[in-house]
Design a protein around this ligand. Structure first.
Ligand SMILES: *Cc1c(COP(=O)(O)O)cnc(C)c1O
Length: 418
């Protein structure tokens, strides 16, 4: 029976190989399948080239930026190719993680004693980083967490820095201790304190700023983490906070760096990065086993970083601004419509455009937003959120999409003009 099965299986594989060879040519079985080599196009679930449409999920034009909910960012073609190469071999994942960390530290010229870990995202980096601080290399602690018996159990955070991603801190079993003033930090510090957490995007809202937070951490001898997930550009943020002395820093790979959506970086002190890896996939019976990062993502993250660092960032900013101005040029032809430009200081630090209109266009921004969402192609653009009109950025637009946005938005505003 076993023999029969084997024979059948071999027979089947033999047939499949023959068919594939006739399509891709001999010796090109797997390499050919990953390439589109002119003779046979790789297909998704049909022939359109848009696998999402073929599955019945319409794709959208993204005017909102690097939103996880919309798919993060779009891979550069050379990154796609490198990730496909990564998928063709088996390799020791822990050894790959160590090598990736070394390469990343060199590329970023991190301070002595710093390294990096590729995680499945910034959220995973937050959780694994804190888990590592709590457990060190103690195997029973690693298995025991989130039961923190015998470990430290508190993380200090400014009240205005609380955000949905502190769930990843709470996952480890710690309790968040909220503070607002320097005096409250002093009172909050105890032998239960494992870490002081900083949310980079909230720098302006908290009383204690990013540089002072780390000074307090050093003064009280408590490791500090800075969640800077969405805070490139500027590129220098990739090393600024390590140079400032932060023990751990987290970044998303699938945002402005345009790495794999399921990748991120934990940058930090070598010992702590090592402990984070012990608490992370592929290691089993760990809190981070569910945050698997694949060989393709690890290679993809390293390559994405390399490509990102090589880019002409000033030229990119000019291109993003030019796209907005082209859209503005069309929109401001409509009586009552005006635009203005701004760049947020932190988080999505890229050119943005505010689109406003007066009573000559009797529409709420939410209505315009909804009409564009329902248009074909569907356009995602934010309305409301405290500001009048619509706000958009252009850094996730694909070639030619600025023209479509200008046309669709003009049409909607004109059709409803008084
Ligand atoms: C996006 C984001 C995260 C999560 O990053 P992922 O890479 O999606 O896991 C965490 N913190 C902040 C502030 C973010 O913007």
């Amino acid at each position: 029976m076993g023999l029969q099965l084997n024979w059948n299986r071999r027979g089947f594989l033999g047939t499949a190989a023959a068919v594939a060879a006739s399509i891709f040519g001999p010796g090109k079985l797997w390499a050919g399948a990953a390439k589109v080599n002119g003779t046979a196009a790789v297909t998704g679930f049909g022939q359109t080239g848009n696998v999402y449409d073929e599955l019945g999920v319409p794709t959208v034009i993204n005017c909102e930026g690097t939103m996880t909910m919309l798919g993060g960012s779009i891979l550069r073609p050379e990154l796609e190719a490198v990730m496909a190469m990564a998928g063709r071999h088996f390799v020791s994942i822990p050894a790959l993680e160590v090598a990736a960390g070394k390469r990343i530290s060199e590329m970023l010229k991190l301070p002595d004693g710093y390294s990096a870990l590729v995680t499945s995202g910034a959220a995973a980096a937050i959780q694994s980083g804190l888990a590592g601080i709590l457990t060190g290399d103690n195997e029973s602690f690693i298995r025991q967490i989130p039961d923190l018996t015998g470990m430290k159990s508190e993380v200090i955070i400014q009240k205005s820095h609380r955000n949905p991603f502190d769930h990843q801190l709470r996952n480890t079993g710690i309790k968040l201790v909220e503070v607002e003033t320097r005096d409250q930090v002093r009172q909050a510090v105890s032998d239960r304190t494992a870490m002081m957490h900083f949310s980079n995007f909230a720098n302006a809202t908290g009383q204690i700023k990013v540089d002072e937070w780390i000074k307090l951490g050093k003064q009280y001898n408590i490791p500090c983490m800075n969640d800077a997930a969405a805070d490139t550009p500027p590129v220098s943020h990739l090393w600024d906070y390590a140079n400032m002395g932060y023990d751990l820093i987290t970044f998303s790979g699938g945002k402005a760096m345009r790495g794999p959506q399921c990748a991120g970086l934990l940058i930090g002190r070598k010992d702590l990065v090592g402990y984070a890896l012990l608490n992370n996939s592929p290691n089993e019976d760990t809190i981070g086993r569910s945050q698997k990062v694949g060989k393709e993502e690890i290679i993809g993250m390293v390559k994405a970083l390399e490509l990102y660092l090589k880019e002409d960032h000033d030229a990119l900013t000019r291109e993003w601004q030019a796209r907005l101005e082209r859209i503005s040029g069309e929109l401001t032809k409509i009586p009552g419509v005006s635009t203005s430009f701004f760049t947020p200081d932190i988080a999505n630090h890229v050119p943005h455009m505010q689109i406003s209109w007066d009573s000559r266009v009797p529409l709420e921004s939410k209505q315009v937003s909804q009409m564009l969402r329902n248009s074909k192609p569907s356009i995602v653009i934010g309305g409301g959120e405290g500001r009048p009109g619509l706000t958009m950025c252009s850094f996730m637009l694909q070639p030619g999409e600025d023209k479509i946005v200008a046309e669709q938005l003009s049409r909607v505003l004109r059709e409803h003009s008084a």
